[in-house]
Design a binder for this molecule. Structure first.
Ligand SMILES: Cc1cc2nc3c(=O)[nH]c(=O)nc-3n(C[C@H](O)[C@H](O)[C@H](O)COP(=O)(O)O)c2cc1C
Length: 175
């Protein structure tokens, strides 16, 4: 079995999906891994939309963000009324942790999917208002990111960007 380190090293953004659907047991396991993520004060403000029916996928494919014809998509939002706030933060007024909560849930789901050989690409190039309109989201659900997910096709390969990693000394400061 692959170690987490190997999983993290091997992952790349998938943009060439096989049309074969992802099995429901795998979707359930990905969602369950996300459910166990840490969130601020354990408030669990994440709201995950599984875009799985043909009708929902058709809607997602209308949105001006690449979907790469994935057979499965997920939209991760947070509930702005449930997320933790930090009144002590002096840089951000009443700082809301919702985006961080949604993001760690999404990252956990991404790596669980990877473990199950389900590839994904993280998508944020969308207009949040368009997402809210297309999926008729309640006002308190703030869209954070979307996944296109599925099995890799025969033409699957990492993009050239994947190989452009900065050396650690450009991104890490040891104090
Ligand atoms: C916050 C965030 C937003 C992203 N938005 C998009 C996007 O809208 N479209 C896309 O094709 N890839 C998107 N990506 C994927 C990145 O382009 C990709 O992770 C990066 O180029 C490194 O390549 P790799 O994931 O293959 O290692 C996004 C990734 C992150 C973390």
């Amino acid at each position: 079995m692959m170690s987490f380190y190997e999983l993290a090293k091997n992952r790349y953004s998938e943009r060439y999906f096989d049309p074969r659907p992802v099995e429901q047991e795998k979707i359930d396991r990905i969602l369950e891994a996300g459910r166990m993520s840490p969130t601020a004060c354990n408030y669990q403000p994440q709201r995950v939309y599984v875009i799985q029916s043909e009708e929902a996928l058709k809607k997602a494919r209308r949105i001006r963000v690449s979907h790469f014809n994935a057979p499965l998509m997920m939209l991760v939002c947070y509930d702005i009324e449930t997320a933790w706030r930090n009144p002590r933060d002096r840089l951000y007024d009443n700082y809301c942790s919702g985006e961080q909560d949604a993001t760690i849930v999404a990252a956990t789901m991404m790596y669980e999917a990877e473990e199950l050989c389900v590839h994904s690409v993280w998508l944020r190039g969308f207009d949040s208002r368009e997402i809210a309109e297309v999926f008729d989201l309640p006002d308190n659900h703030v869209p954070v990111m979307m996944f296109a997910m599925g099995y890799p096709s025969d033409t699957s390969k990492p993009s050239p960007w994947h190989f452009l990693r900065k050396p650690l000394d450009e991104t890490v400061t040891v104090l």
